[in-house]
Design a protein around this ligand. Structure first.
Ligand code: BG6
Length: 293
């Protein structure tokens, strides 16, 4: 299919009726639906679908940096570029992850990109929708120039929730975090779960491989499992910041939370010819399921 700007999108479906939609703009997953057709990824009603910027919602791929103080390259430039479908993925991509359907996307840095970031790279993304409805994103970054480079990476994952005040995140308790609202000062999480009653913008460090996001009102739990992504960003803009963002509805902060698998605190170093791999798996289950994180 195509989006509003005529940019291709790939739709994945499984036999039970779950689906996912991925845009070639940024390799961004724009939609993930369960087998009842319910949307699980938040997209702002004010999202701007123009190639110069990532659409507000879904899962933008943040590379080669995350953050950067609101400059045009905030969260990296690949989310603003047009990727291609990789018809011949390398053989090492043979692991199918129990996928019912999948797509391989590729972004290879251009001459023009060297002005933003002076290193050549190949970034691959495989998005797989499994038979059980789970969504898996696998990324690979290869250094294809003569110099080493260091980068950060994040899957900027916008989840739909029914009421942010009723959401709890488990798996981050007792961990250290950098608070973006306090000049990245380091604190230690004291609560036994993360809850929301004001703006939150934190990078939790050295996190476990599985994090649960409990939506009490809708009686469902998201589980994020990850590899190669030690950090987790938790973000909700709350009331004031929501009003300041042009592509975000004033009240929409109540219906979303960002929980991003990321590699931020310690940038990843790649020598020429080396490759890094990262993976994130999203699952959604009824709250009654007992979770074995
Ligand atoms: C979050 C960051 O993940 O993304 C925040 O931690 C940032 O600091 C937010 O404000 C949204 O960023 P952007 O560039 O999409 O407005």
């Amino acid at each position: 299919t195509k989006d509003w700007n005529g940019i291709d999108q790939v739709v994945l479906r499984n036999p039970k009726g779950a689906s996912a939609r991925i845009s070639l703009h940024g390799g961004q997953v724009c939609s993930w639906r369960n087998d009842q057709g319910e949307e699980l990824l938040f997209t702002s009603s004010k999202a701007i679908f123009k190639p110069a910027k990532a659409m507000r919602g879904g899962i933008p791929i943040c590379f080669p940096q995350f953050g950067n103080c609101g400059t045009p390259e905030q969260h990296g430039f690949v989310k603003n570029k047009i990727w291609t479908i990789d018809e011949n993925p390398p053989l090492y991509m043979a692991d199918l992850d129990g996928a019912s359907s999948f797509v391989d996307l590729l972004y290879r840095s251009s001459e023009e990109d060297l002005k933003c970031w002076p290193y050549s790279f190949e970034l691959r993304l495989r998005v797989s929708l499994r038979y059980d409805g789970d969504l898996i994103l696998r990324s690979r970054v290869r250094n294809i120039n003569g110099k080493p480079f260091a980068f950060s990476f994040a899957y900027h994952t916008h989840l739909v929730v029914s009421d942010i005040s009723e959401v709890r995140i488990e798996g981050l308790e007792t961990l250290d975090f950098l608070d973006n609202l306090c000049h990245k000062e380091r604190f230690t999480e004291q609560g036994d779960a993360i809850t929301f009653e004001s703006e939150v913008d934190r990078v939790y460090l050295n996190t476990p491989n599985a994090i649960a996001i409990l939506d009490h009102e809708r009686k469902r739990t998201y589980v994020i499992r990850k590899e190669g992504l030690p950090d987790v960003v938790v973000w909700n803009p709350w009331e004031k910041k929501s009003k300041a963002m042009v592509d975000f509805g004033d009240e929409e902060y109540k219906q979303m939370v960002c929980v991003n698998g990321a590699a931020l605190e310690r940038p990843i170093m790649l020598k020429p010819g080396e490759e890094w791999r990262g993976k994130m798996k999203l699952t959604v289950v009824p709250s009654s399921f007992s979770l074995d994180l």
